[in-house]
Design a protein around this ligand. Sequence first.
Ligand code: NOJ
Length: 803
Amino acid sequence: MLFFNQSLLLFLGLSSSALASDAPDGPAEDPRLAHPEEGVYTGPLADGGNWKHAFDKASSLLAQMTLPEKIIFATGHKGPCEGNIPGIERLGIPRFCIQDGPTGLRFEGFVSQFPTAHTVAATWDRDLMEERGKGMGREFRGRGVHTHLGPVTGGPLGRSPLGGRNWEGFSPDPFLSSVASYITVKAIQDQGVITSLKHFIGYEQETFRTARWRINGTVQTFRQISSDIDDKTLHETYLPSFAEAVRAGSGSVMCSYNSINGTHACENDQLLNTILKKELAFQGFVLSDWDATWSNMSSALNGLDQTMPGQGFSIGGDFGATLVDLVNEGAVPIERIDDMVLRVLTPFFHLGQDKHFPDSPTNEPRDLTGGLLVQGNESDLQFDLTDDIPDVQGDHWKIIRKIGEESITLLKNTHHSLPIKRSTRRLAVFGSDAGPSLYGLQSCGTDNYCHDRSRPYFWPGTVTTGAGSGTAWAPYVINPLEAITRRARRSYTGHTQVDWVLDDTAYDYINITATRAEQCLVFVSSFAFEGYDRDDLSLWNDGDRLIETVASHCAETVVVIHSPGPVLMERWIDHENVTAVLMAYYPGQESGNAVTNVLFGDVSPSGKLPFTLGKSLEDWPPQGIIDELVDQPNATFPEGNLIDYRYFDANSIEPRFEFGFGLSYTTFEYGKASVKVKHSKDSKALQPTNEKFEGKGGLYDQLYVVSIDIKNTGRRSGSEVAQLYLTFPSSTPSQPPLLLRGFEKLHLKPGQTKTAHFPLRAKDLSVWSVEKQLWEIPEGELVVRVGRSSRDLGEAIELPELS
Ligand code: NOJ
């Protein structure tokens, strides 16, 4: 694993109590000073947009603040949460608690471990995306968290399948990611919790993600990746889901560790001021990723509103008194400071956080490696998971289980191997991924980085989530073996024996047990974590060999995969004894129950792949993760818009399983798609953007609706995800052959027919003109196709001309 030490140091650095105030103030060179002719503030000042009432409230408080009080809102402080803003008692403004992360509350006890974003994306079910968001919002609010550090709305999007944090985001497809981002933001904020979209932007690899670590109190600088993204690719691939999440009214955006086109993301005037705040008309606050601030003045001028972790902690710019001085020297205009305060306070008032907001449970300082630091001594870390904290889980286990069931994607099912038949008498379960964690729920520390002296990183049981700030401790984990055993007892009492081998390499036992079994269920996984990219796309723990070993003895071998993204299956996918394969992603605490309900046929699988499964790493665009040891590593994004299936399609590469693919236990018949011109004004922008559009009406207005009837022709209930793909006229530059532009999941009883509708908005049919700096619908024939996956589509329909 490359750069193991550097990444490790990042975490040690963050967790060290030696987070002292001797941090240097970023690099010596300040672009503003180096280019005095640019030394004016170009950014827009917030006006509250649709949040006028809240903006006025914030303005009247601002009028009563001194300069040092204003700076409070721009500066993180030590406290019980991951990020803390102390508030101002005399003005009745409480301490703000800012907390990770995108799958649930990080390092808290008695909270839910939700399925990850890529798992809910695999359901393609808008209602489940919403329920998940609501559940998370309720838990964060219940624990007094004002700002939720999530969701991941496109940074990473998933440019490289090796990306260590891809599982924290929804999908490498911008449309699927956009839909999920909008819904998730709205659902969380509807619970009164601000979302912070991350990581803005171009944060597509962990390797070289940040260039500074504090080692024994000294800051050392290493290489830092710059994501060099052209304007067209940025607008068409990486920006859309941020734009949707801004439209959903997100109150915050987190700027990322990486540089963009050579400038740090958190002091990037073009990205923060011009694109985010002017073009997307973002009215909330930009908060830095932890230690992603490199300067005070440049960051303040170039669009950063709140630096984290802040005073006395940050390695780079840490605002506080420095910003007071910069204002007094005339280097940063007071209007910019006022703007920061208004941007922080407006979402606070808009979401009603000034009224009856629960307290965060404690004021005790929290250590980043050990939960709550009760003793001040680092060597004496203790978890303080007292019972004296509100139970916020409600019945979220139900939605967690449902998402687990609905995401599971059936990739292969020969000889009707699944669902497991009632007549099956001898089942055997294999793999460490089927069993409990050997050391318990919280044994791997706050962030689930499990390592010991003999093994650098591993996961000692069934994989339900990844590691890093995107993880959440589960209150319990139902592992597959436990759930399968219980299910067998319930329905098959006296008829079914469930045997197992959980040691992945105990081949003697595996051979004997597999030989005796009628049907074998092999659980394999791949683990991913923040700070590292994956080395390759192979299964962990010798998973390929485990599958081959079982399959060589067992005529019905069913493979279940828990994975953060693509894995390679070539060694065994065509093995005649591998009769069924399920992709189960990272489903959270109800993992075993969800997969069991699908295996035994209580639920028909209906998930579809939110990414492509290739046959070799070389199938994906080259230059994915840049790891060369050069002074300035640059990721140049040479593939442009052609990531994931778009690259496979454009280069005629046969995937193993295509984007959008997934089988069912039932069968569906598609009718003939039809299209209607149906204009309606955009009604979904909670905060409208300022994106320019050359055409009639608004960029987000609906122009057409495509419809298709789908019938369940089988004998079981089931759900089908119908998908719509667009093809631009061949004369349109830089476009892939197909772009997902609509989907609907229909739940159908046997014999039932329902109609799927795909509204098409102007933006869905537009491309970004770099020359004119606006969106436009290209001249020529626009064609759509509807079908079951990106490679199983019906006939082409030309969209009629608009009058
Ligand atoms: C760094 C991670 O990149 C970010 O996602 C997280 O929210 C912060 N640390 C705070 O934990």
